[in-house]
Design a protein around this ligand. Structure first.
Ligand code: SRM
Ligand code: SF4
Length: 577
């Protein structure tokens, strides 16, 4: 290490409680096996931390809490099970299997997440092993879907012929493989039959986790891979972003961004959302080793005492990107080149029909907030089942919680649309622009950290925005609208054109001035806006935009240009629709 790179050993460690749990867990085994065979309907505290690494969270239905308390009962516990589906790519059979699991063992819904994967809610503890096993039977995994490890890697989901997209997907798969935890605990807990439940770690050799070590990372870790003309995976919000540098239709390398992240705790000033910083250019064959080097820097120097500031973005912010890069170079074993000037220029959500370049077509179907369910209005699950049975093609999930059906012959395009319509699911073309470009996190009733509604509230907010937007002539205007039920930022609100972030009961912070390109942080427009005035606040912003925009500037660019105070004044005086 160079002299101005702090030495890992010089740090006197006063480990956080979670660090101790990881350290003593025998590589994530803990006593999960014993608890699994016990009749209790929930797991105890320490194992809850370890279960995350296996892709599952213990939750309770918060809608039922008060009722249960009144009746003298306890919480209605269940497990959320999240898959790891790199780049969101899955087969029709895999989606069909997930739909079966959610119907038979879960709460009959599936959630497409903001990181291109699937979550099942409402799994009983007694069905957990069966659920994880069935997911693995379909060649999917839940290992490292959550926890202090590298999570599901995001990659542009567009299906295109040619080396560019093939290389993006190859890198996604190589990174997934190279950064996967190696512990045999996952296999032993979920994929072997052992009636006793007592587990002792088998196999693994001397070094069970050569990359992570016994304490894994200080915190969760996220990677995204994008093209400059298509930042659909929000590269500036990732711990590591690989931005492809393309010359003559070939990827010649990647500009590597480090230290992005959204989560913040407003009461803790030391926390903040951050955009990734441009660190270095790497050749394609260096990318995996550089990712490993970055991960090792975070592993050895990231904060293990205070989980609030343990994400890599704080290390990058504390050191500055130059010093961080020098540490990466030391682990990598050589100097890295400077970034090229290539940066993000567009964001394609891949909705509607797109040509793949091989004579076939992909259709992006907008899924409102990623929730797949059937009700009296539409049969979304049944629709996807019918599509899977009919076409048996590959499906891809987007970072905006939607789904792309690939490999459709031109002759079958009408058939696909008629299946969608038969199930009364709105096609992308029938979906308003504001709805199409919106996303919301899960929040209530399953998320234990939710302060307000999000996924269940945003659709009705949009219902009330559609008419005013049309009256202002802004109904075709593209802007990202993102909502979260707390400041953790699971729908990446802090770089959107507009965002609502749950702050107190039925009160939101309104953010403005980010943008659909995702390369600028938004500012707090107004805090603690109550639910019954939030529509009025948003319509005020639209009216100000309509009356004062310059040329073709986007909503986010307009809000960033005028700034918070002027935006407030303009919103108060602009003619309302
Ligand atoms: Fe998230 C915690 C849901 C993407 C930042 N997130 C949670 C938990 C597990 C709540 C908990 O800790 O008890 C939520 C489970 C809710 C539920 O009922 O299912 C949850 N996060 C989600 C998902 C499902 C939202 C969605 O509706 O799609 C997303 C799953 C992604 C995946 O497939 O892996 C999800 N979470 C994100 C993102 C967006 C992203 O990664 O692109 C972020 C912001 C980016 C980032 O990481 O900085 C995000 N989630 C957080 C945080 C704040 C982390 C921080 O650095 O402060 C937490 C809380 C924590 O870790 O302490 C959190
Ligand atoms: Fe839960 Fe908050 Fe994430 Fe929404 S943003 S899913 S409320 S942790």
């Amino acid at each position: 290490m160079s002299t101005d790179t702090p030495n890992a050993e010089s740090k006197p460690p006063k480990l956080s409680a979670v660090e101790k749990i990881k350290d003593e867990s025998r590589f994530l085994l803990g006593t999960i096996g014993t608890e699994l065979v016990e009749p209790s309907d929930h797991f105890n505290k320490d194992n809850l931390q370890l279960l995350k690494f296996h892709g599952t969270y213990q939750q309770d239905d918060r809608d039922l809490r008060a009722q249960a308390k009144k009746a003298g009962g306890g919480k209605a516990f269940s497990m959320m099970v999240r898959c790891r589906i790199p780049g969101g790519r899955m087969t029709s059979d895999q989606l069909l299997a997930q739909l079966d699991i959610c119907d038979q063992l879960g709460n009959a819904t599936l959630k497409i997440t903001t990181r291109q994967t699937l979550q099942i809610h409402g799994i009983l503890k007694s069905d957990l092993q069966k659920t994880i096993r069935r997911i693995n039977d379909m060649q999917l995994s839940t290992l490292a879907a959550c926890g202090d490890v590298n999570r599901n890697i995001m990659c542009c989901p567009a299906k295109r012929v040619g080396s560019v997209h093939a290389d993006l997907e190859k890198l996604t798969d190589e990174l997934t493989f190279a950064l996967a935890p190696q512990t045999p605990a996952y296999h032993e807990l979920w994929l072997t039959d052992d009636e006793t439940g007592e587990k002792t770690l088998q196999g693994g050799g001397e070094v069970v986790e050569p990359l992570y070590g016994p304490r894994y990372l200080p915190r969760k870790f996220k990677i995204g891979i994008a093209l400059p003309e298509d930042n659909c995976i929000d590269i500036y919000t990732q711990d590591i972003g690989f931005l492809a540098v393309v010359r003559n239709d070939k990827i010649i390398g990647y500009n590597v961004l480090v230290g992005g992240g959204m989560g913040t705790t407003p009461s803790a000033k030391k926390t903040f959302p951050a955009l990734g910083k441009r660190m270095a250019f790497v050749a394609p064959e260096q990318a995996v080793e550089v990712a490993k080097a970055i991960l090792k820097v975070q592993r050895d120097y990231g904060n293990r005492e205070d989980r609030k500031v343990a994400r890599m973005k704080y290390l990058v912010a504390n050191w500055g990107v130059e010093k961080f890069r020098r540490a990466v170079e030391e682990y990598f074993g050589g100097p890295l080149a400077d970034c090229t000037e290539d940066d993000v220029t567009e964001f394609d959500d891949h909705m509607g029909w797109q040509e793949q370049g091989d004579g076939k077509w992909s259709y992006g179907l907008n899924i409102e907030n990623g929730r797949l369910y059937d009700n009296e209005n539409h049969q979304l699950k049944a629709c996807l089942r019918a599509i899977c049975h009919q076409f048996k093609t590959e499906l891809r999930m987007t970072g905006h919680q939607s789904i792309i059906v690939t490999d459709i012959d031109p002759a079958d395009k009408d058939k696909l649309i008629s299946i969608i319509k038969e199930h009364r699911v709105p096609t992308t073309e029938e979906t308003s622009t504001v709805r199409r470009w919106s996303i919301a996190c899960v929040a209530l009733p399953t998320c234990g950290l939710a302060i307000t509604e999000s996924e269940r509230r945003l659709p009705t907010i949009i219902d009330q925005l559609e008419q005013p937007l049309a009256k202002l002539g802004l109904d075709k205007e593209r802007f990202t609208l993102r909502m979260t039920g707390c400041p953790n930022g699971c729908a990446r609100p802090y770089n959107a054109d507009l965002a609502l972030v749950g702050k107190a009961k039925d009160k939101y912070t309104v953010f403005a001035g980010g943008g659909w390109l995702g390369h600028r942080l938004a500012y707090v427009y107004k805090d603690l806006v109550s639910d019954d005035t939030v529509i009025d606040e948003l319509v005020g912003i639209f009216a100000a935009f309509k009356a004062n925009r310059e040329g073709n500037e986007s909503l986010g660019d307009f809000c960033a240009r005028v700034g918070r105070e002027d935006l407030e004044t303009l919103a108060a005086t602009a003619p309302r629709p």
